[in-house]
Design a protein around this ligand. Structure first.
Ligand SMILES: [Zn+2]
Length: 355
């Protein structure tokens, strides 16, 4: 197992060609998840329209039904997850830019309810990747944190797993990494009554053995492609400008924000207003505009029209090439390229150790 982990770690940062091989290898090393009863592959048969029908609450209890609603098996392949974050493949004339919002490192007793209120104003369902530790124990803050998360779930937001205490999973032992995933999932399950089906590793870091562990857990890996470093900067103007610039460059995708600070609440409010003002109009489908959807619908659309690249590096190279062919004299085309893995240094809230 250790040897495999070491190999998987080495394999990740190689060239595009090697990474393409790694993509295949990682996919084939995942455990067989063929036990799902209803998991039509997008490449075999187009997703039936019935798969997109709203899922009745009782059927949400089983992972099988949930994954049927997303149109396929869960995947924990990291190359695939980076590509999925870019959204469905769009031809040059496609104006519809799909967006889904994700909030990490909460819940915050103060700021998460403010984000929730803003989302409710626009009727938007988001995904919150929470820190399991905040939900543990009988302290006042833990009880309040559970209530905050229950309120989110009640509003229809998805609760995803973001580990127990935001450990970098590739920097700890395999046993500790799986404890970070499993115990946090348990705490979320105890809080909202359902196991989290979506997982986001802190710093976007995951190796092959942990990918296999997630796949065996029926967890789907969710990463992001649009962020404005709100975890680092308190300058709402700068973060907002960066987010909209990246959204425009990537033509939509999975937005990463953090619901534990006031400036991010401000950014969220401004971003929601901006996305609404620049919304896609189905009457003019070629005119660029944004459509904000929940994560499951977003992934469903991706399943139907996946990006035709082996990995993100290949996709970015194609984008830069396309940009340069349109603007041969433009300097620094690469500067518009999204940052694949910005280092995140989240400031965790104080967790009471009293039980
Ligand atoms: Zn995080």
């Amino acid at each position: 197992m250790n040897l495999f982990r070491r190999f998987a770690r080495l394999a990740l940062p190689l060239t595009a060609a090697a990474a393409a091989i790694g993509y295949v290898a990682a996919g084939s090393s995942a455990p067989n998840v063929g036990t799902y009863p209803a998991a039509p592959s997008a490449s075999v048969a187009p997703a039936s329209p019935t798969l997109r029908a709203p899922v009745e609450p009782p059927s949400l209890a089983t992972p099988e039904n949930r994954w049927a609603s997303v149109g396929g098996n869960p995947t924990a392949n990291i190359d695939k997850a980076w590509l999925e974050a870019e959204g469905p493949y769009k031809g040059p004339l496609e104006g519809r830019r799909l967006v889904t919002l994700t909030f990490d490192d909460g819940p915050s007793l103060v700021y998460t309810p403010q984000v929730r209120k803003s989302l409710a104003k626009y009727g938007i369902e988001a995904t919150f990747f929470v820190i399991g530790k905040y939900l543990e124990g009988e302290s006042y803050s833990a009880q309040k944190a559970r209530k905050v998360v229950q309120d989110l779930a009640h509003d229809g937001h998805l609760i995803g797993n973001h580990t127990l205490d935001h450990s970098q999973l590739t920097a700890v032992s395999f046993a500790e990494a799986t404890r970070q995933i499993d115990h946090s999932a348990e705490l979320i399950q105890q809080t909202v009554g359902a196991e989290p089906l979506f997982f986001r590793p802190p710093f976007g870091d995951l190796d092959g053995a942990l990918s296999a562990h997630l796949a065996a857990r029926h967890n789907r890996l969710v990463l992001w492609n649009v962020e404005g470093k709100d975890w680092e900067s308190d300058d709402a103007d700068a973060v907002f400008a960066e987010l909209t610039r990246r959204l425009d460059f990537a033509r939509g995708g999975i937005v990463l924000l953090h619901d534990w600070k006031y400036s991010s609440v401000v950014v969220t409010q401004r971003l929601l207003a901006w996305l609404h003002a620049n919304r896609w109009d189905p009457k003019h489908p070629k005119r660029a505009g944004y459509e904000v959807v929940g994560l499951e619908e977003f992934l469903n659309e991706v399943e139907k029209m996946p990006q035709p690249y082996a990995n993100r590096a290949e996709m970015n190279a194609a984008r830069v090439q396309h940009f340069q062919s349109l603007h041969p004299a433009a300097p620094q085309a690469a500067s518009t390229e999204p940052v694949a893995r910005a280092p995140q240094r989240p400031k965790l809230q104080k967790v009471s150790t009293k039980r």
